[in-house]
Design a protein around this ligand. Sequence first.
Ligand code: NAP
Length: 311
Amino acid sequence: MLHDLIIIGAGPAGLTAGIYARTRKLSTLIIEATTAGGQLASLYPEKSIENWPGYVSTDAGHLSSNLIDHARTMGCEIREHERASGLDDKNDHLVVHTDKGSYEAKAVILATGMGLFKPKKIGAIGEDKFEGKGVYYKMPEMEYLVGKEVIFVGGGNSACEMALLACEKCDACIVHRREAFRADEVIVERVHNADIETMMNSQVVEIKGTDHVESVVLKQDGKLIERKADAVVVNIGTSNVADDMSKWGLELEEGLIKVDTDMCTSRRGVFACGDAVAYKGKYKQIVVACGEAAIASNSAYKFIKEPYWAK
Ligand code: NAP
């Protein structure tokens, strides 16, 4: 069967691209390596989101399930637990290969998000030894945190939001290497108003323990300080796994897919949107990913249908 459009990735960008494609009646298949919803659903669904326009506050789980329902109701077919592995040209069409088969389409949108990105490590002594035994790179279960002393490393939105989520269950301390946070001002204000300790100009240089994390050694203004800690949650950004994106045969920029303002990639009939793409001014926000998805979908429609108004 020849689909009009195949979208790879069912996070906010992929689902939004699907919703827009269906308003144009494009037959649309969305392929997702894990479960639909993307990072919103998988990282911490209970996280509140306060910059999704029209909702003063919603939460990640709600937003992602609404997006999934919306895409399905519009007529997108979503195949979960199927990993796309490559893309070939066949006559005028594209063939998407997955671990379960091959599918043909007139156009493809890549919305693979962070894809095979891995969390950055702080490089502290003991960090590797205690990974999974007190050192985490995503939010641990809330029950695990109850009553514990937890160090959150990082100064961006992710570290601050995780500390805010956890601070009612545990003793939370944010350790950031600079004098000021990088996170949005409203989030920083909330951190300062919450029961969260902040240690600025500080870095975790060693993580100690026997079977599990028991303490951390911090370097603050050149001085070493050891303090008790039951867990260290690291949120200092991500780096991409080399070659993950190269399988698509596209021009890349620092490991991400290079797109123009129409969300066209370097390959005919292939468009991209969301966290997988790079361009000047890129701002990693859900609303931006969804905006890019609308553009990618419109560009795919123009490519497939060649409407009179796009000539
Ligand atoms: P981020 O904004 O890149 O922040 C990473 C933080 O880690 C920075 O403060 C950085 O310090 C620090 N850091 C980096 N390397 C370090 C190291 N080796 N040792 C110690 N600290 C280190 O990452 P993020 O917080 O994951 O956010 C990623 C993107 O997603 C951002 O654009 C963010 O706005 C967005 N996001 C948005 C929301 C929201 O809108 N609610 C929520 C989460 C994420 P420096 O500041 O010194 O470089």
